[in-house]
Design a protein around this ligand. Sequence first.
Ligand SMILES: Nc1ncnc2c1ncn2[C@@H]1O[C@H](COP(=O)(O)OP(=O)(O)OP(=O)(O)O)[C@@H](O)[C@H]1O
Ligand SMILES: [Mg+2]
Length: 238
Amino acid sequence: MVHNSQEQESTKRNESLVELKGVAKRFLSGSEELVILNSIDLKLPEKLVTVITGESGCGKTTLLNIIGGLETPSSGSVDVAGYAVQALDEEGLTEYRRRVVGLVFQFHYLLKDFNALENILLPGYMAGLTRAAARERAAHLLDQVGLSARAEHYPTQLSGGERQRIALARALMNDPDIVLADEPTGNLDERNSRAVQDTLFELVRGFGKTLIMVTHDAGIAASGDRRFHLEQGSLYTA
Ligand SMILES: Nc1ncnc2c1ncn2[C@@H]1O[C@H](COP(=O)(O)OP(=O)(O)OP(=O)(O)O)[C@@H](O)[C@H]1O
Ligand SMILES: [Mg+2]
């Protein structure tokens, strides 16, 4: 097939949804400098599931937070969906986090005074959807994670696996380009862990999303399209 140069250019731009160049993260600990991330280069196309494994303390959350605009790198560049994330000001970061990324954390962080449906719809409401539109989309997502019957349940009335599935639905509320998941099955028993992982993978693949997931669980990594291992500040293809 023959492309004109403009088409080639746009294909090239679309090739990497995420591109990290020389990303480093260092912390000062007393007079010593701790190098958590050394010089990470990473290019990811859209619509793939990437799993990054590594031992506790190796910097997985730090890396994910940098991609999600929750932490700033000490040096290097982070380009995601056309945003130069490391250079955004607070306002830019708020927009980036709201529009581009959906976050699923190790601990669900559901708001205890809101029921399941409300927890899912809140990010949409905050992004400017009308109450009715937010409710409709949240109800659809609740159905997608198989929990329509739990709409009125508060977080304390849900099982651990159910809470994580609500957190997945919440992450998808604003239709993000990319879902970032930090050990979303970390606190669950094996059966629930499997169910949440399956739901997560089905949802991101079904909605054509890009997923980056970090985990210490090498078993989960096998299901990813791309696999990396983080060790001593460097990222290796696994
Ligand atoms: N604000 C901080 N100041 C100093 N050191 C920090 C800070 N945040 C994280 N660290 C250190 O950076 C390292 C990486 O932390 P990180 O949370 O990214 O690890 P992780 O791979 O996600 O671990 P886990 O699997 O246990 O969640 C740890 O050694 C941690 O102590
Ligand atoms: Mg972590």
